[in-house]
Write a protein that binds this ligand. Structure first.
Ligand code: C2E
Ligand code: MG
Ligand code: MG
Ligand code: MG
Length: 281
């Protein structure tokens, strides 16, 4: 009986795996044409200076609305785009669209902000990355200082010399670099000395548990101290409550982003937000 049970468990496991693979294949087939059909668009989430409560930036977040399936989360489709290599084309479009939007806001005389764009490891490793970003800045007229690229720690573990050179070339264009989801990766902290990044973004898992879990608030405190002692800025993501905001202010965090301050929104809503300049307490 135990043996039969084991076989059944194994079969169920295999079936679940096959089901998953099929689902991914189906999604990939749909994703291939999504950009051309106009199913992809960007949302923008505001980032605030914690001391002045002014809007200082926006993070561009990719959205996919499929005509039959509806909204599909980036947590689901970005890994598929990465595995298939589609992320190169899609990511290129994201940078262009985000820069175009930021330049349009600037030309409209709205408060100047930095546009943050997420970059996949595959994009970062492309030898033509710097050139293509330079081209986008030239085309859209957005100054490099108004663009920030968010990298994850996984990007920074490759060929050290190449990473150093890529970062140097991007920074020569005035572009800012941020380490996203900081604290969740496996790389050594030594890279912070070698790679001239500008900012650390504290992962939302630490921010979420800050009030209830002593170790999370210790991690947040340590990241802020580490950043400041290296001369880097620090931004907290996933800030959902006034309590978290107060705690982050006490710990001298520089910037905040999260539902408490503003959810990701479409370009039109963000335009209204920039125009009103109102900030929550
Ligand atoms: P991320 O870059 O760490 O983005 C933060 C995620 O947290 C976003 O999820 C955002 O909507 C969500 N978030 C913001 N504030 C709060 C909050 O207060 N509470 C909670 N619970 N969540 C909050 P989203 O938009 O689903 O994106 C998920 C991930 O997908 C991103 O994580 C990023 O890694 C990836 N992603 C999104 N757009 C792009 C893109 O254009 N290119 C690449 N390569 N990756 C992207
Ligand atoms: Mg990000
Ligand atoms: Mg993040
Ligand atoms: Mg994340």
């Amino acid at each position: 009986a135990a043996k039969a049970e084991g076989r059944n468990t194994h079969r169920r496991f295999t079936q679940a795996m096959e089901q998953k693979a099929l689902e991914r294949q189906g999604l990939l087939a749909k994703l291939r044409g999504a950009l051309g059909r106009g199913e992809l668009y960007l949302n923008y989430q505001p980032q605030f200076d914690l001391a002045t409560r002014q809007i200082v930036g926006a993070e561009a977040l990719l959205r996919w609305c499929h005509p039959e399936l509806g909204a599909i989360s980036p947590e689901r489709f970005i890994p598929i785009a990465e595995e298939s290599g589609l992320i190169v084309e899609i990511g290129q479009w994201v940078i262009l669209e985000a820069c175009r939007q930021a330049a349009a806001w600037q030309r409209a005389g709205l408060p100047g902000i930095t546009m943050a764009v997420n970059l996949s490891a595959i994009q970062f490793q492309r030898p033509d990355l710097c050139e293509s970003v330079a081209g986008i800045l030239a085309t859209t007229g957005l100054p490099g200082q108004n663009l920030e690229l968010e990298l994850t720690e996984s990007v920074l573990v490759g060929d050290v010399e190449r990473v150093v050179n890529t970062i140097k070339t991007l920074k020569q264009q005035g572009i800012h670099l941020t380490v996203d989801d900081f604290g969740t990766g496996y790389s050594s902290l030594a890279y912070l000395q070698r790679f001239a990044v500008d900012k650390l973004k504290i992962d939302q898992s630490f921010v979420r548990n800050m009030a209830t879990d002593e170790s999370s608030s210790s991690v947040v405190r340590a990241i802020i101290r580490l950043a400041h002692s290296l001369g880097l800025k620090v931004v907290a993501e996933g800030v959902e409550t006034a309590g978290q905001t107060e705690q982050l202010a006490r710990l001298t965090c520089d910037e905040v982003q999260g539902y408490h301050f503003g959810k990701p929104m479409d370009a039109e809503e963000f335009t209204a937000l920039l125009g009103s300049r109102t900030t929550p307490a």
